[in-house]
Ligand binder design. Structure first.
Ligand SMILES: NC(=O)C1=CN([C@@H]2O[C@H](COP(=O)(O)OP(=O)(O)OC[C@H]3O[C@@H](n4cnc5c(N)ncnc54)[C@H](O)[C@@H]3O)[C@@H](O)[C@H]2O)C=CC1
Ligand SMILES: O=C(O)[C@@H]1CCC=N1
Length: 271
């Protein structure tokens, strides 16, 4: 991969992708440039990742072949107005934002701009990301393949139709947060029983990772895998029964529906 990659906005998600890309060695730090608002972030990112970083968005846009917009959704309009004269029909713009539609981005640029709407997640930082991509009509198959390769440098990726994009934050963009809460809660319960906290986090996190790997690698239904853990008359079925009584499944479904409702609000331009 020899293309020049730009990150306009270098917060939590931008840095996770930058770190994942560099760590994978699919791109060299010299290929990546970024912008940030504050000197503090500029100094930190330059030191931490060894990439070139400034506060000049127009220059970044003019010199990037693939330009990631990693700012918050409500900042898109302002940022696009700032850079649109520096972006050409050859630039591939990659949006990284809940609720920003392909049509909205094209309208803001006001020309046939190549756009790939993406929804990554922060485990990209450790090469275990899950990203979903959706290109507009001006992106060629070859260009999509190049960008997909970039996303796969820090995890897995899937291409889907835009009608599903508002549902993606809930299932993969935001979901690491709920899993951290689950891990924290399990650790708290273990600490209540007297386990040291550091051991409790390790046991909970490794079990979550192992369970996820079982789903991905055995191809078995999650329900079947759960049944295998439930020894008749044993401990697991007691916990499963209590999770059902306290509404765990319903809580997860309602929470994810709330995340999707927020994505739909953002796509209607609500701040
Ligand atoms: N945090 C996450 O887990 C995920 C975030 N996203 C998306 O990533 C985007 C960024 O979110 P976060 O990284 O969480 O927020 P953040 O607040 O950590 O990062 C945003 C960064 O943009 C910078 N920025 C703001 N205006 C700028 C400008 N005019 N020029 C240059 N830089 C500017 C800010 O200084 C900040 O560092 C959002 O659109 C969000 O939907 C998507 C998937 C997961
Ligand atoms: O919370 C958010 O809006 C972003 C999108 C998915 C994860 N973080």
């Amino acid at each position: 991969m020899t293309r020049k990659i730009g990150f306009l906005g270098c917060g939590q998600m931008g840095q996770a992708m930058i770190q994942g890309m560099i760590e994978s060695r699919v791109v060299e730090p010299e290929q990546i440039s970024a912008t940030a608002l504050t000197d503090e972030t500029i100094d930190f990112v330059a030191d931490e990742y060894g990439i070139s970083i400034s506060n000049d968005n127009k220059k970044l846009a003019a010199t990037s072949d693939i330009l990631f917009l990693a700012v918050k959704p409500y900042m898109y309009e302002g940022v696009i107005q700032e850079i649109k004269s520096s972006v050409t029909e050859d630039t591939i713009v990659v949006t990284v934002a809940a609720g920003i539609t392909l049509e909205k981005v094209k309208q803001s640029f006001d020309f046939n701009v190549k756009v790939i709407r993406s929804m990554p997640n922060t485990p990209s930082l450790v090469g275990a990301g899950m990203s979903v991509l959706c290109p507009n009509d001006f992106v060629t198959e070859e260009e999509l393949a190049v960008v997909k390769e970039l996303f796969e440098s820090f995890g897995e990726s899937e291409v889907i139709g835009e009608q599903h994009m508002d549902a993606i934050p809930a299932i993969s963009g935001s979901s690491p947060a709920y899993v951290y809460m689950f891990i924290e809660a399990m650790a708290d319960a273990a600490v209540q029983q007297g386990l040291p906290r550091d051991k409790a986090y390790k046991l909970a996190a490794q079990s979550v990772q192992g369970a996820a790997k079982m789903v991905l690698e055995t191809g078995k239904h999650p329900g079947e895998l759960k049944d295998i853990v439930c020894t008749p008359g044993g401990t697991t079925i007691e916990a499963v029964n209590m999770l059902e009584q306290t509404g765990m499944r319903s809580s997860v479904i309602q929470s994810m529906n709330a995340a999707t409702a927020r994505a739909k609000e953002l796509s209607k331009g609500k701040k």
